[in-house]
Design a protein around this ligand. Structure first.
Ligand SMILES: [Zn+2]
Length: 249
């Protein structure tokens, strides 16, 4: 099985964007064990990629990545990609000044932290300028949140990001077309492993939140693991349909 794992924050709140430090340490131990090969995100879709491989992604660039994840990944020699919200660097994840219910408001990395992890080999990816829902934007606003984010990161860190993650996984045909022009790979929140012939502007991922209990990630690739992914994806579809129905009323 080949797949991209999504992490956000490493903290003990139990929120949907959080994984506790102990659980994350257990993930790193498993990922460093060699049972499944951890590859850079850039390599996960290449035709020569091994049948069993995983790429690690961290959305939003929380400060706890620098404090907890970066040293653990470095010690184990594991590659990873961090997706940065360029206008929120050094701020918090209260996007646009609004706290999200059930999500802790936490500090994000500063440019110095991002520079340090980049030097240590962590790939810096883009995650828009303002954590915008891109499906609601078009024209220059859409351009600004995608290409504008990449330009800002390139201007400060000296490397233009080649990879991108859509905030909230929100993407439509226009958004994907723009992302395809600006980035080599763009990640969604579509919950499934990779198939052999993926559109690199619409890469699916597995949210690590669903594998936070002991032993769940260690089941990697087993029928039980695939079934958990499938059930979670079904559950999300039902929720999305109910939300869409609610909006229509
Ligand atoms: Zn995000």
């Amino acid at each position: 099985m080949r797949a991209i794992l999504t992490y956000h924050s490493i903290d003990s709140s139990g929120s949907p964007v959080s994984i506790a430090e102990d659980a994350f340490r257990a993930h790193v131990r498993f990922l460093a064990s060699g049972r499944v090969r951890v590859v850079p995100l850039a390599d996960i879709t290449s035709p020569g990629a091994e049948e069993d491989a995983v790429a690690l992604t961290f959305d939003d660039a929380f400060l706890n990545f620098a404090d907890i994840a970066a040293p653990l990944l470095a010690d184990s020699g594991l590659p990873a990609t961090v997706f940065v919200v360029s206008d929120a660097v050094g701020g918090t994840n209260a996007w646009g000044g609004h706290e999200a219910p059930g999500i802790p408001t936490l500090p994000l990395m500063h440019w110095d932290d991002l520079s340090a992890i980049a030097v240590a080999g962590i790939e810096i990816g883009a995650h828009t300028r303002c954590h915008a829902d891109l499906s609601s934007l078009s024209g220059s606003r859409l351009e600004d949140e995608t290409a504008g984010c990449a330009e800002r990161i390139a201007a400060v860190l000296g490397v233009r990001p080649a990879r991108f993650a859509y905030p909230y996984g929100a993407v439509n045909d226009d958004v994907a077309r723009v992302a395809r022009d600006v980035f080599v790979d763009s990640c969604t929140t579509e919950l499934r492993p990779l198939s052999d012939d993926e559109d690199r502007a619409l890469l699916p991922r597995l949210d690590a939140f669903y594998f936070r209990e002991p032993g769940q990630l260690e089941d990697w690739g087993s029928p039980a693991f695939r079934r958990r992914v499938w059930l979670r994806a079904q559950g999300r579809r039902v929720k999305a349909l109910m939300a869409a129905g609610g909006k229509g009323r």
